[in-house]
Design a protein around this ligand. Structure first.
Ligand SMILES: [Zn+2]
Length: 302
């Protein structure tokens, strides 16, 4: 186990006692369980609980398009801007990302000066991409179980992850406990429950969030909200348009349309990037009344 991994505070997934770093991985003195590191990734899985939350066959596509696709470009810039605005001592914290996917957003935040503590994901396929991009501790964890984080974190993130989780409030409560007093959680989720459609179903989303619902759930978990705002407003009118177009004959399966949405089409991508760049000051001012995504920054009170 690397020195960097020693800095990540973990509990045993089986018994929730503190995990100790070993030369080969980590071990639990309380129940005797051992966890191995393979290819630089600490495997903390003990078995998935509940329904599948993600389809890992998307990871190669995500890794290929996320540097240039308008949706990923807009999201990472909004996350960076909002974090800088809402967390003045950002440089003194270290970000641990839960459900890091192929790692593009984490890589961007690291390059933007946010210190990185590490990341976890439930899929070895995604962590293999992250491993090639970033030299931070990486953990392989179970879907359907709370990530085995001990207390002591200053900054946690869930970027488009909460909507894949059955027990969202339980997860928020768990992350609240993993944060130090004054610790920050930043998250993004899909917005507007009325937009929920077959694309959400294909993406294995459990739900989309209204602004008030996300705020309420964060407060129920104990958080104080520092920032809660819509973004990706230009995408909202495009969803009903998509419903109309999908009803036309010969439009292909929902799966094919999902693949088409993830493709980078040069002219469309340029237009969408420009439109989303225009909304950035409005997101920072938190004045957008709608947007297909929500970003929240919430703190565990001191
Ligand atoms: Zn144990």
């Amino acid at each position: 186990m690397s020195d960097a991994l020693r800095a990540v505070q973990l509990v045993c997934p089986r018994c929730r006692a503190r995990l100790e770093a070993t030369t080969l991985g980590a071990s639990c003195a309380a129940c005797g369980s051992g966890y191995a590191t393979r290819d630089g990734i600490l495997d903390l899985r003990i078995g998935r609980v509940g329904a599948v939350g993600y389809d890992p066959h998307y990871f190669p596509t995500l890794a290929a398009v996320e540097r240039s696709h308008y949706w990923f470009v807009a999201r990472r810039e909004v996350v960076r801007d909002v974090l800088r605005d809402a967390v003045p001592d950002l440089a003194e914290r270290a970000l641990f990302d839960i459900g890091c996917g192929s790692g593009g957003l984490l890589e961007f935040l690291g390059a933007s000066g946010v210190p990185l503590a590490g990341a976890c994901d439930a899929y070895p396929e995604s962590l293999a991409f992250v491993r090639r991009r970033l030299a931070v501790p990486l953990l392989l964890v179970d879907e359907g179980r709370f990530p085995p984080l001990a207390s002591g974190y200053s900054l946690l993130s869930l970027f488009d992850v909460l909507e894949h989780i059955d027990d969202d409030v339980g997860t928020l409560r768990h992350l609240f406990e993993a944060l130090d007093p004054g610790g920050i959680l930043v998250l993004t989720v899909p917005a507007h429950p009325f937009l929920f459609d077959e694309m959400d179903e294909i993406a294995l989303h459990r739900r989309r969030y209204s602004r008030s619902d996300l705020g309420r759930k964060l407060r129920v978990a104990g958080f104080e909200i520092r920032s809660l705002a819509h973004f990706m407003a230009p995408l909202v009118p495009l969803v009903p348009l998509r419903w109309l177009v999908s009803a036309l004959p010969g439009r292909g399966s929902a799966m094919e349309r999902r693949r088409a949405e993830l493709a980078v089409t040069p002219v469309l991508n340029g237009l969408m990037r420009a439109a989303l760049r225009l909304e950035r000051p409005l997101v920072r001012a938190r004045v957008l009344p709608f947007g297909s995504s929500l970003i929240a920054v919430a703190a565990r009170p001191l």
